[in-house]
Design a protein around this ligand. Structure first.
Ligand SMILES: NC(=O)c1ccc[n+]([C@@H]2O[C@H](COP(=O)([O-])OP(=O)(O)OC[C@H]3O[C@@H](n4cnc5c(N)ncnc54)[C@H](OP(=O)(O)O)[C@@H]3O)[C@@H](O)[C@H]2O)c1
Length: 364
């Protein structure tokens, strides 16, 4: 059993009457802990004065915010990884791109762009503590928007999950689920264009399947209309070396069944299970023993110490044309709940983000 979704039109109605300008600070807060999937009544809109930075603080102005499936868990009071556990009334956690517009902090200059824990709000005063994990965004000829996704936590997840856990080898026969999503659309390109793997991607619907064929995948499986097991047998009759799992459930089971000797499975996410009343009961994990294979999870927050190295890698591959950044940008902060819902409806192609006020005019 899965929990039904509210209609997307209800999310659009939620944002319809929200007026905004630059002279106030707006927030989205937890109104109620989501039961199953998010619904519009789980979100609360508030407006305050723009906060004033004290000594040792900066005022940050939000430009972009990134969205991730885990945010529903944040709203439920779990999954916040070292962040405060959210209670009803709290500003929803979310990392994004912001500009320092006033600084009373010795280490941060006005005009600098940063990537970090902004929360769902349009301004924030911060002491820039280690816990908020702010990273300076050096101008690198790429749009600031990428800091909310491809050059943000999504990029770190793709890099850490694929290279660190996947241990890819040239010529690997690889399967990738969630291939048209944020992490997936990056992993497909890293696998094909950096590591030389042969990637079969899975995505929902013909448009997304066409998209993944242009972003690193040699073949596409439309998991919504095709039989996954039959297609895997047809496309990789000798089995697979590497499976990057974004969805869990029956797809993970089908890939376990087809492992070759010394294969690897990367447990990135299990979005197909997130709203099930009971977790999927995996029955064939012993295939790991029979094939001397490895199944390894990772948690992106445990890889933050490699932030700069990873971002330099990713920016370099973008400049070389090996990684085409794909971000699906919802326009306007008032649409944040809809942007989050998009993920559970399969509406996004690439990394789901929200533009709060677009690109900065100046960036030092
Ligand atoms: N381990 C970590 O540290 C870490 C870090 C980041 C993300 N993650 C996880 O990695 C996965 C991908 O994250 P992301 O941010 O890039 O999100 P994403 O893949 O962009 O997530 C949204 C996509 O998931 C697919 N989806 C939604 N419901 C589904 C279902 N019931 N069954 C199968 N697919 C479904 C949809 O694509 P289709 O239209 O193709 O169905 C949708 O567009 C998520 O599971 C996320 O929780 C883990």
């Amino acid at each position: 059993m899965t929990t039904p979704l509210s209609s997307l039109a209800e999310f659009d109605a939620l944002s319809a009457n929200k007026q905004m300008d630059d002279n106030a600070n707006y927030q989205w807060r937890v109104a109620a802990r989501p039961v199953g999937n998010v619904k519009p009544t789980d979100f609360m809109w508030t407006q305050n004065d723009i906060p004033v930075p004290g000594k040792g603080e900066v005022l940050l102005k939000t430009h972009y915010l990134g969205l991730a499936p885990v945010m529903r868990f944040y709203m439920q009071g779990t999954g916040a990884a070292g962040e405060k556990v959210l209670e009803p009334g709290d500003i929803i956690h979310g990392r994004g791109v912001a500009q320092v517009i006033q600084s009373r902090h010795p280490d941060w200059r006005e005009g600098e762009m940063v990537q970090g824990q902004m929360g769902w709000q349009t301004y924030k005063v911060s002491k820039m503590t280690a816990q908020e994990k702010f990273y300076r965004m050096p101008p690198n000829g790429l749009p600031a928007a990428l800091g909310s996704g491809v050059l943000g936590m999504t990029g770190l997840s793709a890099h850490a999950g694929f290279f660190t856990c996947g241990d890819p080898q040239q010529g690997d026969r690889m399967i990738l689920s969630g291939a048209a999503g944020g992490v997936g659309s990056m992993v497909s390109q890293l696998a094909a264009n950096v590591s030389g793997c042969d990637v079969i991607g899975m995505a929902g619907g013909p448009e997304k399947c066409a998209f993944i064929l242009e972003h690193g995948c040699s073949h596409a499986i439309d998991y919504k209309s095709e039989n996954i097991a039959a297609r895997l047998d047809e496309l990789q009759p000798d089995g697979i070396d590497l499976y990057f799992d974004n969805v869990g459930g029956e797809t993970l089971e089908a890939c376990l069944e087809r492992l070759r000797l010394h294969s690897r499975i990367v447990l990135c996410g299990s979005i197909s299970e997130y709203t099930r009343d009971e977790p999927f009961k995996l029955s064939n994990y012993t295939r790991l023993r029979a094939t001397e294979s490895r199944m390894q999870g990772f948690f992106v927050y445990n890889h933050l110490d490699r932030w700069k190295l990873v971002m330099d890698d990713l920016a370099g591959w973008i400049h070389e044309g090996k990684l085409k950044p794909v971000q699906d940008i919802e326009q306007g902060f008032q649409h944040m709940p809809r942007a989050l819902a998009n993920l559970y409806y399969g509406q996004n192609v690439g990394v789901q983000c929200c533009s709060v006020r677009g690109e900065p005019e100046n960036w030092i």
